[in-house]
Design a protein around this ligand. Structure first.
Ligand SMILES: Cc1cc2nc3c(=O)[nH]c(=O)nc-3n(C[C@H](O)[C@H](O)[C@H](O)COP(=O)(O)OP(=O)(O)OC[C@H]3O[C@@H](n4cnc5c(N)ncnc54)[C@H](O)[C@@H]3O)c2cc1C
Length: 499
């Protein structure tokens, strides 16, 4: 009877809390007490990596009463997310904003009770600039604005009208973004717009990025609707049914003290379940469990969720019968980036900064990839009468610039900002962060890496993969992936606890 109870009570508590989770309610105090009391009976899940993906997965599992341990190699939680306030300036050294494209994103903010600290971007900052002939020009936001914009020539505008009549590609080739855009639109669109846009998302090279993997929505529009324009018009209904919000309409947000508010809140909820400075070196499948080996010993878990990076995964020793070789994942390229955050007196910047920021195509020959007008997006990013600008150097275009000494990185950025937006005075604030391996490149051939991950999951039950190297590179993708992998692993753990 005692054995029956100790098995049934945590299971019942688990299912009640899962139902609460599905209904968007918090489990009640009694349920949580039962979960806590009996969680020792449930085998625990190991999560490798305390970036946004790993923390989100761990948070969802913990809310369902499943014990978790999060292993983080570094000294802090958050992965590439890092915000710092100094002298009234708020610097984002990694990502700046989250696009609210799926319900899991606002749900997470609500569950963490962070709604009062969330800041949506200022409607004043809606414009997106693209540089042409050395000047930032607004990206047209309506068909009418498109017809009159000086950003594209008459030839490029005609290419858009012609696009619905361009035949769909029917072979299975893994086409690059550049080839796709030139085939469906024209070279000018690639050089003047898409090059800048993929620079803003991937810091990538459109000649190398795979359209199928890097821009799957565009790929799908051609496959399903035969055209990008038709996909825009008719795809809306399908997106609505899937609960998706198109990127162009999705609200964008951060928090009063930057994005680190989110990962700090997740880390606080997880408490002692997070082990910092604890790299996982090896994972071994045994008869009924997974052993996780760190420098200071090993522990057993019912499952492992890997939420680290592709290059660290390639180095992790995983022992399980018939496991496919994971070392090729080390070939996934990561673009290096230097984030340069500068503060200026408002009077020293000529441009109205009435937008999100500006993207710069390669053809324009500037050093920075683009700049975010951070203090226009959110009101509290700079002291009164000052502005904060966040610029990026490096990427696949000029990787060597991401490794310059900080002073040189600041100097190059200032030269470009002076020419582009009249940022003429001395900066009153300057910080640089270097990401040697910032953003994974879903280049042509990336499909084989995805296949490897799927094959490993099939051959090693209880081992799961989620994160930017697999599920998309945006924060929204990571939050959705973290919530999704938690559901799958919870089901697995539940079944494993029954056996
Ligand atoms: C400069 C920059 C700007 C960006 N801007 C935006 C933006 O504005 N909006 C947006 O949506 N996205 C942006 N992104 C992308 C987004 O930030 C990332 O894709 C996302 O944060 C990745 O989160 P993650 O948890 O998957 O990985 P990471 O944040 O990389 O976390 C992985 C963690 O796993 C740990 N780890 C790895 N292996 C092990 C191991 N063996 N043992 C223990 N720990 C391990 C690592 O130490 C790391 O902390 C930007 C990225 C960068 C770099």
């Amino acid at each position: 009877m005692a054995v029956f109870l100790t098995r049934m009570i945590p299971e019942a508590a688990f299912w009640r809390s899962a139902i609460c989770e599905m209904q968007g309610r918090q489990p009640c105090a009694l349920q949580m007490a039962l979960i806590r009391l009996f969680s020792g009976q449930l085998k625990s899940i190991a999560i490798i990596g305390a970036g946004i993906t790993g923390l989100t997965a761990a948070f969802h599992l913990k809310r369902q009463g499943i014990p978790v341990t999060v292993f983080e190699a570094g000294p802090r939680c958050g992965g590439v997310i890092r915000s710092a306030r100094e002298n009234g300036f708020l610097a984002e050294f990694g990502p700046n904003t989250i696009l609210e494209t799926s319900p899991e994103i606002p749900d997470l903010v609500r569950d963490l009770r962070l709604e009062s600290r969330r800041l949506y971007t200022d409607p004043f900052a809606k414009k997106r600039y693209i540089v042409r002939n050395g000047a930032p020009l607004p990206l047209p936001s309506s068909p009418r604005a498109f017809l009159t914009t000086p950003l594209f020539s008459a030839g490029a505008k005609l290419a858009v009208l012609r696009e619905p009549f361009v035949a769909r590609r029917r072979d299975d080739a893994d086409e690059s973004v550049a080839d796709f855009v030139v085939r469906r639109l024209n070279r000018e669109f690639l050089d003047r717009a898409v090059d800048a846009l993929v620079g803003g998302i991937y810091a990538g090279d459109p000649g190398k990025l795979s359209v199928r993997h890097a821009l799957p929505k565009l790929f799908e529009q051609e496959q399903r609707y035969g055209s990008l324009i038709r996909g825009q018009i008719f795809g809306g209904r399908d997106r609505k049914r899937r609960g998706e919000i198109p990127r162009s309409k999705a609200p964008m947000f951060s928090f009063d003290e930057g994005l680190q508010v989110l990962t700090d809140a997740l880390a606080a909820e997880l408490g002692e379940a997070v082990r910092l400075n604890t790299a996982v070196l090896k994972a071994v499948k045994t008869a009924g469990a997974w052993q996780v080996h760190c420098e200071n010993g090993l522990q057993e878990y019912t499952a492992i969720i890997y939420c680290g990076t592709a290059y660290q995964l390639a180095q992790l020793r995983i022992e399980s019968p018939g496991l496919p070789d994971l070392s090729p994942l080390g070939q996934i390229r990561y673009a290096p980036i230097a984030s340069v955050v500068l503060g200026f007196h408002r009077r020293d910047v000529g441009h109205p900064l009435d937008g999100f920021g500006m993207l710069i195509p390669k053809i324009e020959n500037f050093k920075i990839l683009g700049a975010i007008f951070s203090s226009s997006l959110f009101p509290n990013r700079a002291p009164a009468d000052s502005v904060t600008l966040t610029s990026y150097l490096g990427g696949e275009r000029t990787p060597e610039l991401a490794f310059l000494p900080a002073e040189e990185a600041i100097g190059l950025t200032r030269t470009d900002l002076r020419a582009l937006i009249g940022a003429a005075g001395e900066p009153v604030f300057s910080r640089v962060a270097f990401h040697r391996r910032a953003i994974p490149q879903y280049n042509v051939g990336y499909g084989k890496f995805k296949e490897t991950l799927e094959n490993v999951e099939k051959s090693a039950p209880g081992l799961f993969f989620a994160g930017h190297y697999r599920n998309g590179v945006s924060l929204g993708d990571s939050i959705v992936a973290g919530a999704g992998v938690a559901k799958v692993a919870a089901k697995w753990s539940q079944a494993a606890n029954r056996t």
